[in-house]
Design a protein around this ligand. Sequence first.
Ligand code: PEP
Length: 258
Amino acid sequence: MNRTKKSFLVAGNWKMNPSSHKEAKKIFKEIKSVAQKSRTVQTVVFPPFVYLNEITNDVIKKCSLGAQDIFWEEEGSYTGQISASMIKSYKAQYVLLGHSELRALGETDAVINKKLKTVLKHELKPIVCVGEQIRDTEGWYLHTIKTQIEVCFVGIAKKSIKDIVIAYEPVWAIGKGATREATKEEAGEMAIYIKRVISTLYDTATASIVRVIYGGSVNTKNCMSFLEAGHVDGLLVGRESLSSKKFGEIIGLVDGIK
Ligand code: PEP
């Protein structure tokens, strides 16, 4: 495969960090200074909602802003929720959906499906997270991923698939509770499998354009391995994205892939 023309998405999910808006602004500015030099990487940072206002003026094409979640209704009596128009007013272009930490609080695939429809309606770019809790030896984890995609994509038109990114995030490899890192083979095989599920739901042409990124304990040492095999279109980085130095290094390394 000719890698010179391929572009990668490198996303940073800050979760409920950092603890001050000053720090958030500083980290974003430092990330942006690296991101703006890249040729093949689109960087996107997902800060907590309350920091969008701080960062919005620093957004550039190569370094976008995203929201960590969204509510599916447009407005009304929904205490604590944030709408698509609200986040759009801060120049956020991307929305993270179905992160395992939200699923752990009760978010279902049916709810993610409603949110996905709202995100697409507002011409925002969704990153839909899927991932199994455990890697069993019988292959049931494949069934889990298939079901997550089938339910999340109910009623999603074929023409919208090009605008959707799917993040494969095995729960066992995420965050401080990770039991181990995924291998590049595991990430690559799942990217192929996810594309196969999309081809069954739609067709092979559609599957060939859907972008699949990998997330779970990505760091400066392992980031290249997930991309080199050629099936993964980018990375979703948690902890390491809060260090502008490490995240910047990841962006630089990915940008160097030929
Ligand atoms: C995440 O939570 O999306 C994630 C990938 O976290 P980490 O990189 O810290 O494992």
